[in-house]
Ligand binder design. Structure first.
Ligand SMILES: [Zn+2]
Ligand SMILES: [Zn+2]
Length: 234
């Protein structure tokens, strides 16, 4: 009973430690405990590669050139924050997730791996409009917009999602995921992609099927290099 009353007075509780917060869903203490991912890996085989570059073995089947992963989905706090943001429709959780991404980029810059010199174009992975209407926002676009503002980088939406099929999260099999993603995206503004270094932005990467399909259509439109920056790998 007492808790129920507190829930009404303070509707915000930290998703990790459950303490009542003023206006946030993740308290500072728990936020600071989230580790940044230091190892980077190949999108295809998940083996460690320098700077997340796609390894020589996977290059042929994986149009994505590089995968940058901010944190680990095995971290319960990160997994909870992403799930709650996506399925609890809590756009406010993109604040700490954006901050986490900036910490990750800061760490990369310290190692001399900043990609700002490449003058990249940030491209959010598009959602089908039906899914976006259901959620009320596209988390990838919100992140791209914020990162663009924070780093004065351009962002644009040259690709759209044309088909509506089962969400990738419901499919277990890798080959099925690749099949499911094929033909789902189209580049409608190739002029934006031409000769550019592109950084795809998304929340979670699993098999990489979606990112690879987006990279494929962007390269077909003339993109020079396609990386992806994701919050975590599921
Ligand atoms: Zn907490
Ligand atoms: Zn590989």
């Amino acid at each position: 009973m007492a808790y129920q009353l507190l829930d009404i007075i303070f509707p915000y509780r930290c998703l990790a430690c459950r303490t009542y917060c003023e206006r946030e869903y993740l308290c500072r203490k728990c936020f600071k405990k989230i580790p940044i991912k230091k190892q980077s890996e190949c999108v295809g085989c998940k083996r460690a590669t320098p700077d997340g570059k796609t390894c020589a073995f996977c290059k042929e089947d994986n149009p994505l050139d590089r995968l940058l992963i901010v944190s680990d989905f095995k971290q319960p706090t990160v997994a909870k924050a992403i799930k709650k943001m996506k399925y609890g429709f809590i756009e406010d959780l993109l604040d700490p997730l954006h901050e986490l991404t900036r910490s990750y980029l800061k760490l990369r810059a310290k190692k001399g791996q900043s990609f700002l010199a490449e003058n990249p174009l940030l491209v959010p992975v598009p959602l089908h409009y039906r899914r976006e209407n259901w959620r009320g926002f596209n988390q990838a676009r919100v992140l791209a917009e914020r990162l663009g503002r924070a780093y004065q980088m351009a962002w644009a939406e040259p690709i759209v999602r044309t088909g509506y099929r089962d969400p990738q999260a419901d499919i277990e099999d890798r080959n099925q995921r690749i099949e499911n993603a094929r033909g789902l995206y189209a580049c409608v503004q190739p002029v934006l992609a031409q000769d550019r270094h592109i950084i795809l932005i998304d929340d979670v990467c699993t098999t990489g099927a979606t990112l690879n399909e987006c990279a494929r259509v962007l390269k077909a439109a003339g993109a020079k290099h396609v990386s992806a920056l994701v919050l975590a790998r599921g």
